[in-house]
Ligand binder design. Structure first.
Ligand code: SF4
Ligand code: SF4
Length: 400
């Protein structure tokens, strides 16, 4: 943070400066479980991406000029492991036909873990696929929201999946959704993840997004979120930081090594804000960009979040559409509001457009509960800790 809340207006990248950071592909919208906070509208549909659609997606990506450094191909937006291993065997063969794909494409699954077995582990190892699991904490917390369609808990199956990965020697991280209920249990959640001996955990507060029109946190005092995060941080610190917690590590990096998150032109590099830095493709080949949560969602305010279909156009052609230009203009305007009003701007880059849209009704806005809880609070906690340990304030650093 600078000592002044007024920062330089955001510099927008030129089209030549754009490159792909993450390609999200939805092999199927289907999910085998039914968490009550899920934002995905079509998770009962068992549609599966057809291979010509996948091939066209990859040819659009490789022909676009967007491929620079290696990019993450995240298989998600439904439960990716609900599609059989045999489908991925063929899918990976198609992808690997593209020159350079083996070096450029970093495959990752984000999974609920309930379908993991030895066959998946073999596949994951053979193709060097990254994997993250979604587990909310101990059983009584996880099963509070993450249930089957029959209303049964899913924790036991998710933990069996985690054990299967461990036995196979596959490292993994976890994403944990923090609901109003979880806020009562920072110690239990911290101890659970510390004892799991995982790569790390990322906390996502339960968001208002897509078909999840309300969040249990709507009723929660934000002070409780701060107290939760503070307690988890203090416990981890007292133990010598055995657990990597994404929000605190990002905050620390942003404070101590901000250049790590800067684009070559000096602006904060934010994948969700840079056009085409994330490409999100559904099983029909429809694609979107910016926050992946926008994929397949309907909108009253904007014409559409589907900017094209791989059968008809590539990513750059899609940016000519009025629908895309309107969304982009509002995201840029929202970022100018952030830059003018927020002392965290240089370390945030406008956070997540989807949260602005779903919380404030427009991309052309600044602060959200999501950014207060997931950007500002972790920064405050880490900054206080650094100041306490090194006896300097941020103002001192600015003056130095
Ligand atoms: S596991 Fe993920 S995709 Fe499936 S219902 Fe839960 S939140 Fe939705
Ligand atoms: S998204 Fe929130 S934290 Fe980020 S710059 Fe805007 S107001 Fe600040």
């Amino acid at each position: 943070m600078t000592s002044s809340p007024v920062s330089a207006p955001p510099a927008q990248p030129t089209m030549e400066q754009l490159f792909l950071g993450v390609l999200v592909i939805q092999p199927s919208p289907f999910c085998n479980i039914n968490c009550d906070y899920c934002y995905l509208p079509h998770r009962t549909s068992t549609r599966r991406m057809e291979f010509p659609v996948l091939e066209k997606t990859m040819s659009r990506v490789f022909e676009s000029g967007l491929v620079g450094p290696p990019f993450v191909l995240l298989w998600h937006a439904g439960e990716p492991l609900a599609v059989p291993v045999s489908w991925y065997e063929e899918a990976f063969e198609i992808i690997n036909r593209f020159p350079g794909a083996k070096e450029k494409v970093l495959h990752t699954f984000q999974s609920n873990g309930t379908l993991l077995n030895d066959q998946w582990c073999e596949f994951i190892k053979k193709h060097n696929v990254g994997i993250g699991l979604s587990i909310d904490g101990p059983e009584f917390i996880h099963d509070f929201h993450r249930k089957t369609r029959k209303g049964e808990g899913t924790h036991a199956k998710a933990m069996r999946g985690a054990e299967t990965l461990k036995k196979a020697g596959i490292d993994f991280g976890v994403v944990s959704v923090i609901s109003d209920y979880s806020l009562n249990y920072p110690d239990e959640i911290y101890e659970f993840f510390r004892d799991m001996e995982i790569d790390g955990v990322g906390f996502n507060i339960e968001e208002v997004e897509g078909v999840n029109a309300e969040s249990s946190l709507d009723q929660a005092e934000e002070d409780r979120v701060f107290q939760f995060l503070q307690r988890v941080f203090e416990r981890n610190k007292a133990d010598g930081f055995p657990l990597h917690i994404r929000e605190f590590e990002n905050a620390r990096e942003n404070i101590l090594a901000p250049q790590a998150n800067q684009a070559p032109d000096g602006r904060y590099y934010n994948l969700e804000v840079d056009p085409l830095a994330m490409l999100n493709v559904d099983c029909f080949g429809n694609f979107s960009t910016f926050s992946p949560e926008l994929l397949g969602q309907v909108t009253d305010k904007y014409e559409t979040f589907t900017f094209g279909n791989v059968a008809k156009q590539g990513p750059f052609e899609a940016t000519d559409s009025e629908a895309f230009q309107k969304v982009l203009a509002d995201i840029e305007s929202g970022n100018r509001k952030c830059a003018e009003s927020c002392p965290y701007w240089e370390y945030c880059g406008g956070a997540s457009p989807s949260n602005k849209y779903y919380e404030n009704g427009t991309f052309d806005s600044a602060e959200t509960r999501h950014c207060r809880c997931m950007v500002q609070m972790p920064m405050q906690i880490v900054l206080s800790d650094l100041e306490e340990r090194f006896g300097v304030t941020y103002g001192d650093r600015d003056a130095a």
